[in-house]
Design a protein around this ligand. Sequence first.
Ligand code: AFP
Length: 356
Amino acid sequence: MGYRELAFWDFSVYWFKVMKTKPYKQDTSPLGYAVGVTLDRFIKSNQADFPYATGELSQLLRDIALATKIVSREISRAGLGQITGAFGQTNVQGEEQQKLDVMANIRFTRALTKGGEVCAVVSEEDDEVIDLQNKTGKYVVAIDPLDGSSNIDVNVSIGTIFSIYRRVTPVGSPIQPEDVLQKGSEQVAAGYVLYGSSTMLVFTTGKGVNGFTHEQSLGEFFLSHKDIMAPATGQIYSINDGITPSVDKGILDYLTDCKQKGRTARYIGSLVADFHRNLLKGGIYMYPATVANPRGKIRLLYEANALAFIVEQAGGQATDGRNRILDIEPLSLHQRTPFFIGSSELVAELSSYSGL
Ligand code: AFP
């Protein structure tokens, strides 16, 4: 053994003998501030709580999160390039599609196709069910890829809403109506994305509601709103005042009551943004039946059900004025419903008004 090897040998023996350890203690100085729990880590550590807990639902949520980042990036460039404005076609509801509506639909559908866990997608932007041809896909997703499209071109908050169901017919067989027309109470997970002052992903798998904020420079969602609970009551009521001349008298009486109680009116016209604000601050969102929309305007499968699942998980309520939203049996893909959602006491109060 030469001089050098000997020195190394001696040193390792010495190190082995005297090495001490100390437990890791998180640095609390401003230099070591915690960035928090990433969405991925949250999903991994809570996977046992997920329905069926096979890992496929976790992967599906990751696929949605990835598409969300891409859509968020595109939205943040709205106003630059050629990505705002009308696409030049109408969707099945007769609404003019915006370019970003179409882009978001492509992004989410592609992410769900490539992921492989989903067999079928119901989207606001497609007349029919999209069969993704994933022979092993166990899940069905209903999605409004970009909600509040009238706000895109004016730089106001918009969102994405999604519901996730287990298919009921055997995996690999052709998609059947009962796979996609399931009651909201059958959802295994649901969520929304708010493209606002920051981009947030909020979701539930039936064990509470958690919100994640996108940290742009790191490209990650971090847990920012743990175990969201809706205040039991609140001061905010949200309705499009322009439709009130053609709504039921019960609603009008309720609105008069809100004003007399000195409550505050707040309405953006993007369901996700209106819902999110009321979820955090306490309030009620209302889109009742009108003369123009006798069955209401909000779509049951890809708007109302997801938010109803979330609000109930957060301690709030959602009804069509008479029935719990999650109990409504869907009859068609683009079915509409009157929609009242928010703080439990406010929704219960509204339901007590005659005529509803
Ligand atoms: P889309 O933008 O996806 O078509 O949905 C818009 C929406 O369903 C919902 O986000 C709004 O709360 C509601 O319509 C606004 O409707 P009004 O413009 O009639 O108030």
